[in-house]
Design a binder for this molecule. Structure first.
Ligand code: PMP
Length: 392
C-alpha cells in the first residue's frame, strides 16, 4: 500500500539551510529562512522569555491535559494587543483558542471557513507558500490576484477586481502586516477601502497576523485587522507569537473568531475544538504559558516590548542602509526602505540567484526573497557589491 506514495519535493528553504551549513566560506550570508537575526547573526532567546521560563519552571505544578483550546489565559492576554485595549472582545463577539503556531491558526481558520460553507478563497500572490498548501489540503478552490505591482507597491486595482468578483460564499485571506514574501503592506487608506469593500461584498475575511510588532509597532501593525473587524459582521484571525516572541520551534499561536451575535460564539468555537481534537488534540503548552506569564506581568511585558523595539530598529536600519545605497547594478534598492518586516523580494533571475550562491556564498529563496535580518552592518557592503556584480 505505502508504495502508492510518490516522492514529494523537499522543502526548498529547508534544503537551502543544509547547503548554507555545508558551505565553508567564512563570509557566506544566509538570507533564506525567516528568523530574526542580531547584528552578529544570532537568533537568541528573548530575555523576557528566559525570565518567564525560569518562573514557569519554579511555579508550574502540573502538566496534566488542558484541553483542545489550550491555555485560555494566553489566548485572552493577547487580545488587547490584537484587537485594541479599549474593547478587546468587541462587546463579547470575539474569542479564540490556542493553536500550534500561526500555521495551526491558519489551518484552523481555513478549516472553520470550509466547515461553515466557504468553497473558494481569494489571496494575493506571491504569498507564504504554506497558505496555498493548506487550502489545497482542505479542498478549497484558490482564486489569486496580484499582490504588488512591478514598481513595488500594493496592486489595489487587482484587489478591487478580485473583491468585485468575490461573494458571500467566498473568503479572502489577507496578511495583517509585514507581508511575506514581499514586505509590501497596505497603507491606512488602503485598509479603509479594503474594509469597506469586504463588508459590501459580504466576503469572509481570514486575517493572518504573524509579524505584529516587526513592522511599525504593535499598535500600528494591528491597524488593518482592527479596521476590517470594525466594518464586518464576521471574521477569522490567525495569530503567531513565533516571530514577535522569538518562539519559532516552540509553536505558539492562536485562532480567533469574530461573530455577529455573541450568542453564536460558543457554537463556532466548539467546531474549532472538534477540528483541533481530530488533528493535534491539544496544542503544546510550554511556549504559550511563557508568553502568558510575560503578558500577566508589567515588568516582563516592558522587557519584551523593549526587545521587540530593538529588533524592529535593527531591521529598519538595514532597510535604510539598502535604500541609501539606491541601487546595486540593475536592482533598485530604494523601495526596500519603505517595506516592512523580515522580507523583501529582489527582482533577480534564477541564474542570478544561483550565481550569488555559487560565486559569492549568498543564500536566498528561489523567488528572490531575502530575509533582511540576515544582513548586518558587517556584511551589507559585501552583499550590495555582489548584487551589483551579478545584476550588472
Ligand atoms: N503566516 C505567515 C504569513 C507566515 O509567514 C508564517 C511563518 N513563516 C506563519 C503564518 C506561521 O508561523 P508559525 O507557524 O511559525 O507560527
Amino acid at each position: 500500500m505505502l508504495t502508492n506514495l510518490a516522492q514529494q519535493p523537499a522543502d526548498a528553504l529547508l534544503a537551502l539551510i543544509k547547503l548554507h551549513n555545508a558551505d565553508p566560506r567564512a563570509d557566506k550570508i544566509d538570507l533564506g529562512v525567516g528568523v530574526y537575526r542580531t547584528d552578529t547573526g544570532a537568533t537568541p532567546v528573548f530575555a523576557a522569555i528566559k525570565a518567564a521560563e525560569a518562573k514557569l519552571l519554579e511555579t508550574q505544578d502540573s502538566k496534566a491535559y488542558l484541553g483542545p483550546e489550550g491555555d485560555m489565559g494566553f489566548v485572552h492576554a493577547l487580545m488587547p494587543y490584537v484587537f485594541g485595549a479599549a474593547n478587546p472582545t468587541m462587546d463579547g463577539r470575539i474569542d479564540g483558542m490556542q493553536t500550534p503556531g500561526g500555521t495551526g491558526g491558519v489551518r484552523l481558520a481555513v478549516a472553520l471557513a470550509k466547515k461553515a460553507g466557504v468553497q473558494r478563497i481569494w489571496m494575493g500572490t506571491p504569498s507564504w507558500p504554506n497558505h496555498a498548501q493548506i487550502f489545497a489540503d482542505l479542498g478549497l478552490e484558490l482564486k489569486t490576484f496580484n499582490h504588488a505591482t512591478k514598481a513595488g507597491v500594493v496592486d489595489m486595482d487587482a484587489l478591487r477586481a478580485a473583491l468585485a468578483e468575490a461573494g458571500p460564499q467566498d473568503a479572502v485571506l489577507l496578511h495583517g502586516c509585514c507581508h511575506n514574501p514581499t514586505g509590501i503592506d497596505y497603507s491606512h487608506a488602503d485598509w479603509d477601502e479594503i474594509a469597506a469593500l469586504i463588508a459590501a461584498r459580504g466576503v469572509l475575511p481570514v486575517l493572518d497576523l504573524a509579524y505584529q510588532g516587526l513592522g511599525k509597532g504593535m499598535e500600528e501593525d494591528a491597524y488593518g485587522v482592527r479596521r476590517v473587524l470594525a466594518a464586518v459582521p464576521e471574521a477569522l484571525i490567525a495569530y503567531s507569537c513565533d516571530k514577535n516572541f522569538g518562539m519559532y520551534r516552540d509553536r505558539v499561536g492562536a485562532v480567533y473568531a469574530m461573530v455577529a451575535d455573541p450568542a453564536q460564539l460558543n457554537a463556532v468555537l466548539s467546531n474549532g475544538h472538534a477540528l483541533a481534537r481530530a488533528a493535534w488534540s491539544m496544542p503544546p503548552d510550554h511556549g504559550a504559558a511563557a508568553v502568558r506569564l510575560i503578558l500577566e506581568d508589567a515588568a516582563m511585558t516592558k522587557l519584551w516590548l523593549d526587545e521587540l523595539d530593538v529588533m524592529r530598529a535593527r531591521m529598519n536600519k538595514v532597510r535604510a542602509k539598502l535604500a541609501e545605497a539606491g541601487s546595486a547594478g540593475a536592482i533598485d534598492l530604494k523601495p526596500l526602505g519603505g517595506q516592512n518586516g523580515l522580507f523583501s523580494i529582489l527582482p533577480l533571475t534564477s541564474e542570478q540567484i544561483l550565481k550569488l550562491r555559487t560565486d559569492h556564498g549568498i543564500y536566498m529563496a528561489g523567488s528572490g526573497r531575502i530575509n533582511v535580518a540576515g544582513l548586518t552592518m558587517g556584511n551589507i557592503d559585501k552583499f550590495i557589491a555582489d548584487l551589483a556584480t551579478v545584476s550588472a
